[in-house]
Design a protein around this ligand. Structure first.
Ligand SMILES: [Zn+2]
Length: 684
């Protein structure tokens, strides 16, 4: 919409404030999010165009329509650039800053938590920046802040003393729902007969405002990005301190905090565009890390001159929901995927969009044939945001959620928002084992998926570890649809469609291959476990970093998070899954699978002196001298990063015959392209 007069503007402001008040008071509103956003955008555009100062807009945006608690230091908004690294680089150059801190920009509600004598005593919303609203009653709903902050020293003006005492501290950050919390919040609201939240951002605002009158707690999280009270500098060090006290920080989501130089900032911004954290984010905040730079640059009319928000362009289109496909993952998780009418979005044709889980479908009320909003904001795979209910014409039909596991017919464990087959990993044993023996993992030749299925159906193998204790006689006795060897008996079996045993020759080969796989190397062993979030290249990084399965299993979440590109969330997942796989790993090890790499095979040379240091290399098409997987290993052994897709941050694309869309994309983005021969000539 477009506002053309002051009268219309005033009316719109009234409408926005009313809707916002209703929403934040009890979580309801007569406007849809899209309608609200559209009114808000139109009002903002008109205010800017006419030079009208409209504090209501700032208040609405920050989730508060009133507030009387003064902030100790104003909570300013930030200057923004949208998806423009050139503008970001210009800003960084002009600022004269050399050392930056970088943190994800969380899409929640800015709040301040005040600690007195070490205890959290007050929480205040951002409000209009100078005054916020007291929401202290919601403090007990936050499940990730320390109950006590103190120590012997470290405190502004503090005298070093052996006595532990509580600090006075003000921590600023973002109140957010993690995706899991958001799902949990709506389950809670439904149980209590309250309307569900439409999205995480408005949900957390509604949770804060409504907490006073609600008789149940809705847990949410707090991620810190600033503090007043600690004398630690630079900023990145103060964030380390907050983490040491037990706070989660926005910077911590990156997995590494820096400080960063300009080049690293751009790399981080590009890397984050592909990240899928457990909280909604809409960009990256880049700040001067040193206090001296902040003082030198000072504050502009409304925003500090030492910080900038780099926002990712949110793009959305509408399409039609054609079908929901259900798959069971390797861990038994049921995942819906939406097939949609093909549509152009951010330069590519989209035919599938993600849906989180069955609850997501029922909560948002999707129906087959619905016009749907497809949205992409940072993520790699676009997601199905919401149905456009107004477009329904009666032809839409409900979505059938499977009653039993489509893989094995067992029941689902539906106690969590994510449904899992009660057999867990056992349900997808065929897929798990077939994945483990595939070329990219243990590369066991001769073990086809159909043979794996036979072995599992016939109870010879129940999981990956069982493979390594198989005898040739056991394999030989497995009956198989495939006819091995041209014998009279086999020809007859083939004619009548009868199954015959694998036979001793083939079995002997398979057992030899399995034996060989015991020394496939740590990276391939890690890959074979099929831990969520660890594909081939991540497994190689883990192997390189830890060197042995024992070291990997002993690693804490914090330690894992420091490995390149992992981050805290994925690290926590890996720790959980490795614990779940303990028996499989132990049995593999007992059967003689080598779980550590010889020191010589690990990179010992100085990373910077390697030919591909700092480069991101993608390999596509057929390779002649090596498989793609081996090429990726070569890239990593030369200090480069093996990338699975082409993006602006790709340094080089090695393309063989049959290279398709990646080659086109590289041409569009101006990424350097080489043949396999050229690559070998230049780097090997
Ligand atoms: Zn199942």
């Amino acid at each position: 919409m477009n506002i053309t007069s002051r009268t219309e503007f005033d009316a719109t402001i009234t409408q926005i404030v009313e809707a916002s008040t209703a929403y934040y008071t009890d979580g309801t509103s007569n406007l849809s999010d899209a309608q609200f956003d559209s009114l808000y955008d139109a009002a903002s555009a008109y205010a800017e165009q006419q030079g009208i100062d409209a504090p209501e807009l700032a208040k609405v945006a920050s989730g508060s329509v009133s507030g009387d608690v003064a902030h100790s230091v104003p909570m300013l908004s930030l200057e923004k650039v949208t998806e423009d690294t050139a503008a970001l680089t210009t800003w960084m150059t002009k600022s004269g800053i050399e050392q930056f801190s970088v943190e994800p920009k969380l899409d929640g509600l800015a709040v301040v938590i005040r600690y007195r004598n070490g205890k959290p005593v007050q929480m205040v919303t951002r409000g209009d920046g100078s005054h916020g609203e007291d929401v202290t009653y919601a403090l007990e709903s936050i499940d990730n802040i320390p109950a006590f902050v103190g120590g012997p020293s470290h405190h502004k003006g503090g005298i070093s003393t052996r006595d532990i005492r509580g600090f006075d501290l003000e921590v600023r950050g973002e109140a957010v729902f993690t995706h899991d919390q958001f799902e949990g919040a709506n389950v809670l609201r439904e149980q209590h007969g309250d309307p569900v939240f439409a999205n995480a951002r408005n949900g957390v605002a509604g949770t804060l405002r409504g907490a006073k009158s609600r008789d149940y707690l809705i847990p949410f999280s707090f991620y810190a990005y600033d503090q007043i009270g600690l004398d630690t500098a630079p900023h990145t060090d103060s964030m380390d301190d907050l983490e040491a006290f037990g706070f989660a920080t926005a910077a911590g989501l990156l997995g590494r905090r820096g400080p960063h130089d300009m080049g690293q900032v751009v790399t981080e911004v590009q890397a984050w565009a592909g990240a899928e954290p457990n909280v909604d984010t809409d960009g990256i905040v880049v700040k001067a890390d040193r206090t001296s730079d902040r003082v030198r640059l000072g504050i502009g009319s409304r925003t500090p001159r030492w910080a900038i928000a780099y926002k990712y362009a949110t793009q959305q289109v509408t399409s039609t929901l054609l079908e929901v496909e259900w798959t069971i993952g390797r861990t038994g998780r049921l995942t819906p995927r939406a097939r949609i009418e093909p549509v152009e979005l951010t330069g590519s044709t989209v035919t599938y969009a993600s849906l989180h889980n069955p609850d997501d479908i029922s909560r948002k009320g999707f129906m087959l044939g619905d016009t749907v909003i497809v949205k992409k904001a940072g993520e790699i795979i676009p997601r199905l945001e919401a149905p456009v209910v107004a477009h329904r014409d009666g032809s839409q039909t409900p979505i059938d959620v499977p009653a039993v596991c489509p893989n094995c017919g067992s029941n689902f464990d539906t106690t969590q928002a994510v449904w899992r087959c009660v057999r867990g990993r056992g349900c997808a044993a065929v897929e798990s084992v077939a994945y483990a023996v595939s070329r990219d993992a243990l590369d066991i030749d001769g073990l086809s998926t159909s043979l794996v299925k036979r072995m599992i159906d016939q109870g010879v193998v129940t999981d990956l570890a069982d493979l390594f204790t198989l005898t040739a006689a056991q394999v030989a006795a497995v009956s198989s649809d495939k006819v091995y060897g041209d014998t009279a008996q086999n020809r007859k079996a083939d004619r009548v469609g009868q199954s015959v045993p694998v036979g001793s020759t083939v079995a002997g080969n398979i057992v030899t291959q399995i034996e060989k796989a015991k020394t496939a190397g740590l990276a391939r062993v890690i890959t074979s476990l099929g831990v969520r979030g660890t594909g081939r290249s991540m497994s190689r990084r883990l192997a390189k970093h830890f060197g042995s399965m024992d070291a990997l299993r002993a690693a804490s979440v914090e330690e894992l998070a420091t490995v390149e590109k992992i981050g805290t969330i994925k690290a926590a997942m890996i720790v959980d899954e490795l614990a779940e796989l303990a028996s499989v790993i132990d049995r593999m090890s007992a059967a003689g699978v080598v779980m550590q790499d010889a020191p010589a095979s690990r990179a010992t040379t100085d990373a910077c002196s390697q030919p591909l240091a700092g480069m991101s290399v993608c390999v596509t098409g057929s390779m002649v001298l090596r498989t793609r997987s081996e090429m990726n290993e070569t890239v990593e052994s030369l200090g480069g990063r093996a990338a699975s897709s082409v993006s602006k941050s790709t340094s080089l694309l090695v393309a063989g015959p049959g290279a398709g869309s990646k080659l086109d994309k590289a041409a569009t983005l101006g990424v350097r392209v080489m043949t396999e021969d050229e690559f070998i000539a230049e780097y090997l």
